[in-house]
Ligand binder design. Structure first.
Ligand code: ATP
Ligand code: ATP
Ligand code: MG
Ligand code: MG
Ligand code: MG
Ligand code: MG
Ligand code: MG
Length: 279
């Protein structure tokens, strides 16, 4: 096709390729969900329907983008992780982020009425922002996941105590905030237990741990895992064999059931029992 005199504008587009061989995390977050949650009268501190809707939208994103191998959600945010070998959209950051954000938002709106049948969505409609961050090592990636899960725990303990002081203790928000200023985790547990007979340990796992979405197959028994990371020790035949094995694994992975679980990702056990996730 002949070039038009306008074509030169294409050169203003800047490349935004993410580095090869790094774990890519795309985190999205609801815009103004503090207000949004008021508008639809989300139960405080945790509206179960809203979290189930976030999880349902995330599962749809994962089934439409098989390159995502794990995702983690809390509150109005979700982190989607691409394997370091991913080549989707040539690893262009804006393509990856915008596709996830728009797919997630589309499903959030589409599935809304399944979770809030009596509350039709009205403008302004929910929207999400997104960003891509790259992590060069498994340790960095695991620390990222741990960071989000610790955040979930800290926020949930705070919010559970804050709302107990208001809902069961009759305080107003300002007084509750003052009461909790500078308090440690142990203090909050103590307030919950001594004043409201709430044992924080018995709160729902979904609220305490957040939601981990991943492709599941058979668990490996604890203690039987051998992590293989010495590629150089393999012969040519072994390498070829592991290549067909990798192809088989890829197909199995695409077919695997997507599940959402409220489990600890900070300890080694979660990853050791599911070696396919980081291999
Ligand atoms: P921003 O646009 O900067 O992200 P925001 O209002 O969305 O602002 P966040 O820090 O993202 O602020 O916090 C999201 C807020 O949405 C929470 O503080 C909480 O008030 C509310 N929220 C989200 N999910 C739920 C839920 N499942 N149940 C109750 N409240 C929720
Ligand atoms: P990619 O995911 O790479 O963008 P694509 O299939 O969306 O792939 P585009 O180059 O974006 O390819 O082209 C969009 C295509 O969608 C058009 O070539 C056309 O076939 C179709 N299309 C879009 N809008 C219309 C429309 N209003 N009427 C008919 N066809 C349309
Ligand atoms: Mg934000
Ligand atoms: Mg938000
Ligand atoms: Mg948020
Ligand atoms: Mg087009
Ligand atoms: Mg297109």
């Amino acid at each position: 096709m002949a070039n038009s005199k306008y074509e030169y504008v294409k050169a203003f587009e800047q490349p935004d390729l993410l580095l090869p061989n790094t774990w890519i995390v795309v985190r999205i977050d609801g815009r103004g969900f503090h207000k949004f949650s008021d508008k639809y009268a989300f139960e405080k501190p945790n509206d179960r329907r809203a979290l189930d809707l976030m999880n349902a939208a995330a599962m749809k994103v994962m089934s439409e983008l098989p390159d995502i191998f794990i995702a983690y959600g809390i509150s109005d945010e979700y982190s989607f992780v691409f394997h370091k070998s991913c080549t989707l959209f040539e690893r262009r950051s804006s393509k990856l982020v915008t596709t996830i954000v728009s797919t997630f938002t589309a499903y959030y709106v589409h599935l809304w009425s399944n979770f809030f049948p009596d509350l039709p969505l009205t403008a302004p409609l929910p929207s999400f922002d997104g960003r891509a961050v790259q992590y060069p090592s498994v340790q960095n990636l695991r620390d990222y996941m741990s960071w989000r899960q610790v955040d979930c725990h800290i926020n949930n303990l705070y919010n559970t105590t804050f709302w107990a002081l208001i809902q069961n203790g009759g305080m107003d928000a300002k007084t509750a905030e003052k009461e909790l200023a500078g308090s440690l985790a142990a203090d909050k547990n103590e307030i919950l237990f001594s004043r409201f007979k709430i044992n924080y340990n018995n709160e729902p796992e979904m609220y305490k741990k957040g939601s981990v979405v991943f492709r599941d197959y058979e668990l490996v028994e604890p203690g039987t895992v051998e992590l293989e990371d010495d590629e150089s020790a393999k012969t040519v035949e072994e390498a070829a064999l592991s290549k067909t094995q990798a192809e088989k694994d890829r197909k199995r992975r695409a077919k695997a059931r997507i599940t959402v679980q409220h489990v600890d990702m900070i300890k080694d056990e979660f990853w050791e029992r599911r070696p396919w996730l980081l291999s």
